[in-house]
Design a protein around this ligand. Structure first.
Ligand code: AHM
Ligand code: MG
Length: 335
């Protein structure tokens, strides 16, 4: 009979969060409420991205953000949606967004105990072509007596209590992990309006012959990076190249299939391109907790890197254990 095949024990994100909360006796429910606000921001950003071409949301907004990128209308809208969700949760004291030069401090919530970092729409240069983009986020718990300022966020990624990202692709995907816990993948069911747990306890393959980087930059790369890419192209079974140019999409594929994603620091961008707080660190936490590795261009563990400023950048190598280890080994030869 048909009914027997239909799963009625659906684990929605809401159910998952409730179950997580009851596992922690000391939990106040603040973190759960914050996650509900995050969930709403993902749903609303996904909704507008899907409708962008229909309601004249394509193209530039006519401004540029702190890091000098041209802002798209959707970058601005995504940022506004995210900030509004975090503010209204009442649980966030400080927020750092890629689109905001300064950290936002919610003085209306002086007792809120969390800080959030986010890139509301990562990969936005791809937006008008309908390529997958997504939201990257990290959550920190403020220390007892914290002032509630950007200094509370100049911390290593190991301090995060939760991190993850969404990818607005053929369907909206959410990858979420909490400190010391598994990595779980949820898929948005548009008809139900719910994220459904579809990829429980994601474990990434230990190796895979796929590499993902912008080789157009190879003119600027340092010797070890050139040697590494050359070695995998000359391997007995040469690696496949896959580069979307949208970190969330390249990372999501790497998480599922294995392989490596790299955006090294180079002669043109000595600090790298991607931002530590809201791009590198959250991805590093997801990858490590799914059994992978993440290091910067100095081959330091990405999660231990302390940003000097909220928009600080870093080179990054992110992926399957064996693939990242190859990069580390080659760098070691150069000392
Ligand atoms: P953005 O935050 O302005 O969208 O830039 C970040 C994006 C990442 O998603 C992606 O990995 C990278 O920039 C692509 O850079 P490039 O176009 O130099 O290859
Ligand atoms: Mg970005």
């Amino acid at each position: 009979p048909v009914q027997e095949k239909i799963n009625t024990e659906i684990v929605t994100l809401t159910r998952y969060l409730n179950e997580e909360q009851t596992k922690h006796k000391e939990a106040t429910g603040d973190f759960t409420l914050l996650c509900h606000a995050l969930q709403f921001s993902f749903k609303s950003i996904a909704y507008y991205i899907r409708r962008a071409s229909l309601i004249n949301l394509g193209g530039l907004a006519g401004s540029s953000n702190v890091t000098g990128d041209d802002q798209k209308k959707l970058d601005v809208l995504g940022n506004d949606l995210f900030i509004a969700a975090m503010k209204s949760s009442g649980r966030v004291r400080v927020l750092v967004s890629e689109e905001e030069e300064e950290a936002i401090v919610f003085d209306e919530h002086p007792n809120a105990r969390y800080a959030v970092v986010c890139d509301p729409i990562d990969g936005s240069s791809n937006l008008d072509a309908g390529v997958s983009v997504g939201t990257i986020f990290g959550v920190y718990k403020l220390e007892e007596g914290a002032k509630g300022s950007k200094e509370d966020l100049l911390k290593p990624g190991t301090e995060m209590v939760a991190a993850g990202f969404t990818m607005y692709g053929a369907s909206a995907q959410l990858v979420l992990t909490m400190r010391g816990g598994p990595v779980n993948g949820f898929t948005m069911d548009n008809a139900l309006g719910e994220f459904i747990l579809t990829h429980a306890n994601m474990q990434m393959p230990k190796k895979r012959g796929i590499y993902s980087c912008n080789e157009g930059n190879s003119k600027y790369w340092d010797e070890p990076v050139l040697e590494w890419v050359n070695s995998i192209k000359q391997a007995e079974k040469p690696y496949s190249a896959r580069y979307i140019g949208s970190m969330v999409a390249d990372a999501y594929r790497t998480l599922l299939y294995g392989g490596i994603f790299a955006y090294p620091a180079d002669k043109k961008s000595p600090k790298g391109k991607l931002r530590i707080l809201y791009e590198c660190a959250p991805m590093a936490m997801v990858f490590e907790q799914a059994g992978g590795l993440a290091v910067n261009s100095k081959m330091q563990r990405m999660l231990e890197v302390v940003p000097e400023s909220i928009h600080d950048r870093s080179g990054i190598f992110l992926g399957s254990q064996d693939e990242v280890q190859k990069v580390i080994d080659i760098h070691k030869k150069y000392g």
